[in-house]
Design a protein around this ligand. Structure first.
Ligand code: SAM
Ligand code: SF4
Length: 355
């Protein structure tokens, strides 16, 4: 095993070297049976969280996975190395709440060092960001998505069941001081009755930290299975509301983009919409997900997982890992099926998959 020192000077044992017994994985092999090629990996670093967002987790939390089942930083780096050989070039760290992982800066630095990984991003609720921003920046930084559904303190408490709005805002301001943590995006779940009165506050906070504001339609991934198609505001409904504040002009986007982006009025502030329910983008989806306990999923909504942790811990070679990865990707479902009769949500909630 090769031992390297990360940019922040923390030595990390990285199994970068291919075990002598295995054949090298073939670059660009991650194609599914519908012809899509996987390039983006989302890694859940933990299923735990310090908030309890109503559309995600019950107030009492969930039965957390035992920590020994979570992949270690070294195991994550090994898997990302194999995936990078297979053509993955962008990585997003998420959870649960990724800033709860004490080894996050070391892991971030190690992922930056993997050949083939060109872009690293982080999705966080921002509660611990003020304290950790400097360490994350020193570890090579990341594009940052901070989740914030309202800037109203009581509204924030009602959604997240915690009184932490000020910490999130302080985290955003601190992140803004570190160029390594840009660009910043503010992600709001578009909820009927919550988002309409929150629009102006969200636009103002986004502008103040130079962030793009994005609205995400709620999906049937809440642990309580209480989601209904009527919970959310569609991108079209939100654009109608925004048009009362000025012209909403579409911006060009690559065909593979998940967000439709628009420019607002005279300010030119950019707002994006991720409308997975009303405007699914499954046909161009290039994502894979690795759960905190080491299972590979080809779709948020798959019912199949490729167990990489057991393989790894039983001493599998990189070629054996690559085999399981390619098989899991090959069987990626054609679409999420949310709008079809008989739709069955996945067994894991969003927080245990990695959003
Ligand atoms: N805890 C971090 C956070 O909230 O940013 C990262 C994990 S969270 C699961 C990732 C994203 O998923 C957040 O932006 C959150 O708002 C979103 N999310 C959670 N549950 C959702 C649901 N049922 N539908 C749509 N988005 C959801
Ligand atoms: Fe935690 Fe993120 Fe889920 Fe909210 S959305 S409960 S912050 S994992």
């Amino acid at each position: 095993m090769e031992r390297v020192t990360t940019p922040i000077g923390v030595p990390l044992a990285l199994p970068l070297a291919e075990p002598a017994t295995s054949a090298p994985a073939t670059r660009g092999a991650l194609i599914d049976q519908h012809g899509r090629i996987a390039r983006d990996l989302r890694i859940s670093l933990t299923d735990r969280c310090n908030l309890r967002c109503d559309y995600c987790m019950p107030a009492e939390g969930l039965p957390w996975q035992p920590r020994e089942q979570h992949l270690t930083a070294e195991e994550i780096v090994r898997i990302v190395g194999v995936l990078a050989e297979l053509g993955i070039s962008t990585v997003r760290l998420t959870g649960g709440e990724p800033l709860l992982r004490r080894d996050l800066p070391e892991l971030l630095a190690a992922i930056h060092a993997i050949p083939g990984i060109e872009d690293v991003a982080l999705t966080t609720n921002g509660v611990l960001l003020e304290r950790q921003a400097a360490a994350l920046a020193a570890a090579g930084g990341a594009r940052l998505n901070v989740s914030l559904d309202t800037t109203d303190r009581e509204g924030f408490k009602a959604i997240t069941r915690r009184d932490d709005l000020d910490r999130v805002l302080a985290g955003l301001i601190e992140a803004r001081r570190h160029p390594e943590l840009t660009p910043i995006k503010l992600n709001a779940v578009a909820l009927k009755g919550v988002t309409e009165p929150a629009l102006d506050g969200l636009l103002a906070v986004a502008a103040s930290v130079d962030a793009e504001l994005r609205f995400i339609e709620p999906m049937p991934l809440d642990a309580g299975h209480r989601w209904t198609p009527d919970d959310g505001l569609s991108g079209a409904e939100l654009r109608k509301l925004l048009s009362a504040r000025g012209e909403v002009r579409p911006l060009p986007a690559p065909a593979s983009a998940t967000a439709r982006r628009f420019e607002l009025g005279d300010s030119g502030q950019v707002v994006g919409f991720i409308s997975s329910v009303s405007e699914p983008f499954c046909s161009s989806c290039d994502r894979l997900r690795l759960t905190a306990d080491g299972n590979l999923r080809s779709c948020l909504f798959s019912h199949e997982e490729g167990d990489l942790r057991t393989l790894l811990r039983n001493g599998a070679s990189n070629a054996e890992l690559a085999d399981r990865i390619s098989g899991t990707v090959w069987r990626k479902p054609q679409g999420h099926g949310m709008n079809e009769p008989g739709f069955r949500p996945p067994e894991r909630p969003m927080s245990a998959i990695g959003g």
